[in-house]
Design a protein around this ligand. Structure first.
Ligand code: GLN
Length: 539
């Protein structure tokens, strides 16, 4: 075991969306599988303090950690790959860096000095990178720099990397992810964008140690030699990163390219044992060779951008594998659902999932979808707003409270079955003020949800302002909706289900955030199990 922590920086060149997060998570997985303790951090060059205030269309899903941090969706990949929780320290934005520096300036910490990008902002970045390691010393910290080299926004980050590379010397290395595009007209892979991108990095004083080259075709030895020659990188450190059919294959592709070996050699770390990826391979094998095929509707309002529900779709993949099933997710825009077409849209579905969300758009369609699932006995999972809509639907159509609503959408409803928590009413800011992070919940023995978890004590992550209104609890219970999960401290209802239904569960929390490859989430597993049963009995 080394006694100094090693730092790996992952930068991106040529274009965004090359998958730095997946490459980082895959490398971390390989190092972890050799017995190293590894964590991954994401530095985001935008000015929002966190992505909590961002519309999902802007930046995809907002991922929530146990400690209640609203973070970039890449942290979800880190947890899903590594099976270890992340925290606020794993995601830092430029906004947070500047906020910290400005707060220090106001406190007088800089003793009258002029506060500048260099050294104050870069020092703050360096501290945030090293801070992660202070809480829990890791063997290796991988820091992914968001954005693309050459962006004005990411300059201070690249400068911080340059300084750290100098200070940490052999305890540090830089992996640059680039694109080697295939030009169909020329019938060739082109290395020029990679050459330019490395040049841009060199101009900022950073020599990459390893290049991961995204490509649709194999990189032959000649091409690797050419790239190495132009970029001062050893040939064995020019890594081919081919497009994969699933992100879960990338660790194995990287292993075949010996990315982990090159990293360990360059960091002067022992190669130890060959990584044990047996369970991972077993997962992949089942993923690629399913026995069953299921159709599940994902009803939401951000369906045009699948990244908005990233953790949900990944949790469905994990749970599908646990059930030996490939799940075809039908992304259904809730705005398009109404009482006339709902049956036609959902009749072939083996399960219906109503997604989380904010605001009124598409609510009516969600409620129609829930009504269909309830009345037609189709397995249903409602998450956060999806659970709230299930309560509204039940109150309206079973209890006959026609006006029942959430006060988020109709503040004047006569029947606020979902309403805002008292402490939320006192909040004037939007950012970071919801009920966030992990809370304990007690499950009622005998319920479906209890059977799924096989436990009566769970901890799940939240992100919402509105809650089940306990003033309606007795009425709702008497009509057949069971309060299946409760926060015993606050008395808040965290989960509901319908007694007279094969599998109808709504949860106020977000189970999807905790599903990983090695620990598929029990609620998703149980939902798909019910979907399989539905398929067997209904076709
Ligand atoms: N808009 C709802 C609330 O704030 C639900 C939030 C969600 O689905 N994450 O309570």
């Amino acid at each position: 075991m080394s006694n100094t922590t090693k730092f790996i920086f992952v930068t991106g060149g040529v274009t965004s969306s090359l998958g730095k997060g997946i490459i980082s998570a895959s490398l971390a997985k390989l190092l972890q599988a050799r017995g190293y303790s590894v964590t991954i951090q994401k530095l985001d060059p935008y000015i929002n303090i966190d992505p909590g205030t961002l519309n999902p269309y802007e930046h995809g899903e907002c991922y929530v950690t146990d400690d209640g941090a609203e973070t970039d969706l890449d942290l979800g990949h880190y947890e899903r790959f590594l099976n270890v929780p992340t925290s606020q320290a794993n995601n830092i934005t430029t906004g947070r860096i500047y906020k910290n520096v400005i707060e220090k300036e106001r406190r007088g910490d800089y003793l009258g000095k002029t506060v500048q990008v260099i050294p104050h902002i870069t020092d703050e970045i360096k501290e945030r990178i090293q801070e992660l390691n202070e809480q829990h010393p890791y063997d290796i910290v991988i820091t992914e720099i968001g954005g693309t080299v050459g962006d004005i926004e990411s300059l201070p980050y690249i400068e911080a990397v340059r300084q750290l590379k100098w200070e940490l010397d052999e305890d540090c290395l830089v992996i640059h992810l680039t694109l080697v595009p295939y030009l169909a007209a020329a019938g060739e892979l082109k290395t020029k964008p990679t050459q330019h991108s490395v040049k841009a990095l060199l101009e900022l004083g950073v020599q990459p140690d390893i290049l991961c080259c995204r490509t649709e075709h194999p990189l032959d030895l000649e091409l690797r030699k050419k790239i190495a020659r132009f970029t001062n990188v050893t040939i064995n450190a020019v890594i081919e990163a081919r497009d994969a059919s699933t992100i879960y294959e990338v660790p194995l592709l990287m292993q075949a390219e010996e990315l982990d070996t090159v990293v360990l050699e360059k960091l002067d770390l022992s190669k130890r044992n060959i990584p044990n990826l047996d369970r991972w391979k077993e997962f992949l094998d089942k993923l690629k060779n399913p026995k069953y095929e299921l159709n599940v509707a994902l009803v939401g309002k951000y369906v045009e951008l699948k990244d908005s529900y990233k953790s949900i779709s990944e949790a469905i993949i994990h749970a599908g594998v646990a059930n030996n099933a490939r799940v075809k997710v039908h992304w259904i825009q809730s705005e398009n659902i109404n009482s006339r077409n709902v049956k036609e849209i959902l009749k072939k579905m083996h399960g219906v999932l109503v997604a989380p969300g904010f605001g009124s758009r598409g609510i009516a369609g969600k409620i129609e979808a829930i009504r269909f699932a309830r009345e037609s006995q189709v397995p249903f999972l409602g998450i956060c707003l999806g659970m709230q809509c299930a309560v509204i639907e039940f109150a309206r159509n079973v209890l006959g409270l026609v006006d029942a609503h959430t006060t988020e959408i109709n503040p004047d409803t006569v029947h606020p079955v979902i309403s805002m928590m008292e402490e939320q009413k006192r909040q004037s800011n939007f950012g970071g003020t919801m009920r966030l992070g992990a809370y304990a919940c007690q499950l009622k023995p005998g319920t479906k949800i209890y059977q799924a978890y096989e436990s009566d004590q769970i901890h799940e992550r939240h992100r919402h302002r509105y809650e089940f209104n306990n003033a309606y609890l007795t009425q709702i219970k008497e009509a057949g909706m069971i309060p299946a999960g409760k926060n015993t401290e606050s008395g808040l209802i965290e989960a509901v289900e319908i007694a007279d239904h094969p599998w109808f569960v709504g949860v106020q929390y977000h189970p999807e955030y905790k599903s990983t490859v090695l620990n598929p989430h029990p609620l998703f597993v149980a939902f798909l199990e019910a979907a399989l049963k539905h398929q067997l009995s209904h076709g």
